[in-house]
Design a protein around this ligand. Structure first.
Ligand code: HEM
Length: 224
């Protein structure tokens, strides 16, 4: 056990457990007969939600490191992104196979009838090159272009939220219906994107430093 924790950090363990938890939960519900009356839709929704959550988590690593100086987060970014891609792939496979039985003409018809699915397809297509080039060998091969390519994540994440929100019944502006959850994702993504703006980043960093100084002063006073 000691050597296990020497090899893997708590954050790493927590990340892998969280990533697999959705599949484990689905399996558990199947084995215990707890699956919903509409299992295909249930699976589609659960895998979609887990994909977007992992995507947002991978997007959060860099800003959180900027805020809290926790460099280990940067090491977890790739795995989180790959897990997001894994769940997005399962989500798409459920749609084309379980939902539409690989009836491609019907699949294409449905895609073009529902704009939110077109957005989902675009999001998924954009995720593919990111997943395949996420390894170090591609980083070395693509050099500067690797960073440019991977900056697509800042477009992919809002598109995934648009796909989520658009597919829901509700009024985005009146905050009615099933719109709250996608809205929460939208707000988180907006905040994460805002932290990338140099002025915002500098302001947040200066607040962080002030809070740190205040806390250490207080500790020194209480120790004295
Ligand atoms: C080929 C690409 C895709 C297709 C065809 C597709 C299809 C669908 C469909 C049909 C639904 C509605 C399920 C229902 O409520 O009946 C859905 C919902 C959803 N999808 Fe996708 N999707 C695609 C890509 C993605 C990607 C790349 C993500 C995230 C990274 C994603 C995340 C979601 C989420 C979060 C929902 C809402 C789940 C909920 O209602 O709780 N989808 N998708």
């Amino acid at each position: 056990m000691k050597s296990f924790f020497k090899r893997y950090t708590p954050l790493q363990v927590a990340m892998h457990i969280y990533a697999w938890s959705a599949l484990a939960h689905i399996l558990f519900d199947f084995l215990t007969g707890n699956i919903s009356p509409n299992p295909i839709q249930d699976l589609e929704q659960r895998t979609g939600r887990h994909a977007i959550t992992l995507l947002v988590m991978s997007l959060a690593c860099t800003p959180l490191n900027t805020l809290f100086k926790w460099p280990e987060l940067l090491k977890r970014r790739r795995a989180l992104g790959l897990y997001a891609f894994m769940y997005a792939t399962i989500h798409v496979l459920i749609f084309v196979d379980l939902d539409y039985g690989l009836a491609w003409s019907l699949i294409l018809q449905t895609i073009f009838e529902k704009p939110y699915i077109v957005v989902g397809v675009i999001t998924f297509l954009m995720l593919i090159p990111l997943a395949f080039t996420s390894f170090d060998i591609w980083k070395m091969r693509l050099k500067k272009n690797w960073k440019r390519l991977h900056q697509m994540i800042y477009l992919i994440a809002p598109l995934a939220v648009l796909h989520y929100a658009w597919g829901k019944k509700g009024d985005f502006f009146a905050l009615q219906g099933e719109i709250i959850r996608p809205l929460i994702y939208a707000v988180i993504i907006l905040l994460l994107l805002a932290i990338r703006i140099p002025l915002v980043r500098r302001t947040v960093a200066s607040w962080r430093d002030r809070i740190r100084v205040a806390l250490s002063r207080r500790r020194i006073q209480s120790e004295a």
